[in-house]
Design a binder for this molecule. Structure first.
Ligand SMILES: C=CC1=C(C)c2cc3[nH]c(cc4nc(cc5[nH]c(cc1n2)c(C)c5CCC(=O)O)C(CCC(=O)O)=C4C)c(C)c3C=C
Ligand SMILES: [Fe+2]
Length: 487
C-alpha cells in the first residue's frame, strides 16, 4: 500500500543530501511505478541533460529537457507503448536553474502516466541499482506530521499574553548573552506597551486571529491529501506563541505512539525568527525527552521553491489579475513580513535571499504563462526602532503612486494563511495608503489557505521527506554567535 504512496513506487533511502552525488545522466534508464488505480507501468527515459549537480533537499538545481522515448509497459507485459517525448521544464530561476517540481503529464494513446521531477530524481538515484525496496515503513509504524506555526490571540484578552510569549522568545528579541536576564522583564514591558495598538488591529478583524482555525483546516486537508496518496498519517498543529502550543502537540504525538514524524513549518521561507525559533524549541524539548529523541523524524526547513507552491501562487495571482480592466497595466506588489536587517547581516538569516528567489520563481512562472506585468518586493510589519529589511511596504506604495502607477495588486508572501497582517495591515492600512497615493485600482491576492493544489504539494513534500527521517543528532555547539545570545 505504501508502495503506491510515492510517484516512483520505488521508495528510496537516498544518501545524506550533502553527500549526494548525481550520476551522469546521458543514458537511458528505467524505473517502475505502481499506482493504486493503474496497472504496473515501466518507463524508460533518455534525457539530454547530462549532469545534475548537488541538489537541495527535494528540488532540482539544473535545467533539463526530457528527450527521446518513454516506454510504458503494463505489469503483465500485454501492452507496450513507445512514445516519442520531449519536455522542457518551465520553472527556472535567474541562474537558469530548475527548481521545484513541475508535474509532467503524458497522455497518449491508452497509456497515461504522471511523472514528477521527483520521480525522475528517484530514477536518477536508481541508476546502478537493481533491487526494488518494497517499503521503508514497517506495518507497525505510525506516521505523524507536525505543522509548525506562529499562533495568534483568539480573543482580545489574549493579546497581551500572546505578545509576551512572542517578545520573550530570544529569537524575536535577540539580546547579547550578558543581558539575557532582561528578556522576560523586557517582554512584559514591550507587550504591555504594544497590546492596545495590537488589540485595535485584532478588533478590526473580528476580535481575534483566524490563524488557529485556518491552520486546523490545513491540517485536516493535509491528512486527507495524504490518505489519497495512500499514506495514513496523523497531522498535528504546534503553535509557537499561542494555543495549541508546540508542547501540547508533542504530548499528543507521544500519546498516539507516533514512530516517524515529518516536521513541516508552515512558512515557505526560512527565518531565524519563525521556523528557526520553532525548531530551536523542538530541539530543546527533544533533547530532554527519551521518546522524542529516539523517534525517527525529519524537518522540511523551507519549501518556497516547490513547484506546487510556486504554481499555486501564480494561479492565484493570475486569477486576481483577470479582475482588473487592463491586467497588463497592473503592478504586482509582493509584500513580505520583514525582519530586522541584523538578522540577515549579522546572524546569517537566509530569509531575504529565499524571499527574493521565491519572487523570481513566481514571476518566471507568470512570464511563462504570458503575464508581462512589472513587479516589486517590499517588506511590511516592522516593529521597534531598529532598521528592518527594505524597501518598506508603506514607503514603496507611496513611491509607486508618485511614479504614476494606477493599478496595484498586493500579494502577501511569507505566510500561507490569512492573518492580521493580510486582513488588517494590507486590506485596510495599505489599501487606504495606496488610494491616497494616487493608485486607483487596488486588488489583493488571497492567502493560499486550503487551496487544493497547494495542499496536495505539501502532501508530496511530506512523502518525499519521509524516507529521510532519522533519530536526533544532538548538536554540540549553539549556532548563534555569543554576541547574539549563543552559548
Ligand atoms: C514569515 C512571517 C513572519 C516573520 C518573518 C515574522 C517576524 C517577526 N514578527 C515580529 C513581531 C510580531 N509579529 C506578530 C504577529 C505575527 N507575525 C507573523 C509572521 C511573521 N513574523 C504572523 C503570522 C503573526 C500572527 C498574526 C495573527 O493573525 O495573529 C505580532 C503581533 C501582531 C502585531 O502586534 O503586529 C508582532 C508584534 C517580529 C519582531 C519579527 C522578527 C524579528
Ligand atoms: Fe511577526
Amino acid at each position: 500500500m505504501l508502495k503506491a504512496a510515492t510517484h516512483s513506487g520505488l521508495v528510496l533511502k537516498p544518501p545524506n543530501h550533502a553527500q549526494e552525488v548525481w550520476p551522469d545522466f546521458n543514458s537511458i534508464f528505467s524505473f517502475s511505478t505502481s499506482y493504486s488505480d493503474q496497472p504496473h507501468v515501466t518507463f524508460t527515459y533518455r534525457t539530454s541533460y547530462n549532469k545534475f549537480s548537488h541538489c537541495k533537499q527535494i528540488s532540482f538545481t539544473k535545467p533539463f529537457t526530457y528527450e527521446g522515448q518513454i516506454v510504458c509497459q503494463t505489469g503483465d507485459s500485454s501492452n507496450v507503448y513507445k512514445l516519442p517525448y520531449t519536455e522542457k521544464s518551465s520553472l527556472f530561476d535567474k541562474k537558469d536553474r530548475l527548481l521545484g517540481q513541475s508535474p509532467i503529464s503524458i497522455s497518449k494513446q491508452r497509456a497515461k502516466a504522471v511523472i514528477t521531477n521527483n520521480s525522475l530524481r528517484a530514477a536518477a538515484s536508481l541508476v546502478g541499482q537493481t533491487e526494488e525496496e518494497d517499503s521503508f515503513l514497517d506495518k507497525e509504524e505510525k506516521v505523524g506530521v507536525l505543522l509548525l506555526n506562529l499562533g495568534g490571540p483568539e480573543k482580545l484578552d489574549d493579546v497581551q499574553p500572546f505578545l509576551y510569549n512572542l517578545f520573550a522568545d530570544p529569537d524575536i528579541i535577540r539580546l547579547p548573552r550578558l543581558f539575557r536576564f532582561l528578556q522576560r522583564p523586557l517582554a512584559k514591558f514591550i507587550s504591555t506597551l504594544r497590546a492596545p495598538k495590537s488589540a485595535q488591529g485584532y478588533a478590526a478583524i473580528g476580535g481575534g486571529s483566524p490563524l488557529r482555525k485556518i491552520t486546523d483546516e490545513q491540517a485536516d486537508a493535509l491528512k486527507k491529501a495524504l490518505e489519497l496518496k495512500n499514506l495514513p498519517a496523523e497531522v498535528y498543529v504546534g503553535m509557537r506563541y499561542w494555543h495549541p502550543f508546540t508542547e501540547e502537540a508533542l504530548a499528543q504525538i507521544k500519546k498516539d505512539g507516533i514512530t516517524r514524524l515529518v516536521i513541516l513549518p508552515l512558512y515557505p521561507q526560512f527565518s531565524i525568527s519563525t521556523s528557526g525559533s520553532s525548531l530551536r524549541l523542538l530541539e530543546g524539548i527533544f533533547r530532554e525527552d527519551e521518546y522524542l529523541s529516539s523517534m525517527e523524524h525529519t524537518v522540511i526547513p523551507s519549501w518556497y521553491h516547490r513547484g506546487g507552491y510556486v504554481q499555486s501562487m501564480a494561479t492565484l495571482i493570475e486569477k486576481e489579475l483577470s479582475k482588473f480592466n487592463k491586467p497588463e497595466e497592473v503592478h504586482i506588489f509582493f509584500s513580505a513580513h520583514g525582519v530586522p536587517v541584523s538578522y540577515v547581516k549579522e546572524a546569517g538569516d537566509p530569509y531575504k535571499a529565499e524571499m527574493e528567489e521565491c519572487i523570481d520563481l513566481i514571476m518566471t512562472e507568470l512570464k511563462f504563462r504570458g503575464v508581462k506585468c512589472k513587479h516589486t518586493l517590499a517588506y511590511q510589519s516592522r516593529v521597534g526602532p531598529v532598521e528592518w529589511l527594505k524597501p518598506y511596504t508603506d514607503e514603496k506604495i507611496k513611491e509607486l503612486g508618485k511614479q504614476g502607477i494606477k493599478s496595484l495588486l498586493a500579494v502577501p508572501v511569507s505566510f500561507v494563511s490569512e492573518h492580521i497582517e493580510t486582513l488588517e495591515e494590507i486590506d485596510m492600512e495599505y489599501r487606504v495608503l495606496a488610494l491616497e497615493s494616487g493608485i486607483v485600482n487596488w486588488g489583493r491576492v488571497p492567502a493560499l489557505n486550503c487551496e487544493p493544489a497547494f495542499i496536495a504539494d505539501l502532501a508530496d513534500a511530506v512523502l518525499e521527506a519521509l524516507p529521510h527521517a532519522g533519530v536526533m543528532s544532538i548538536p554540540t555547539v549553539d549556532p548563534r554567535p555569543a554576541h547574539m545570545g549563543g552559548l
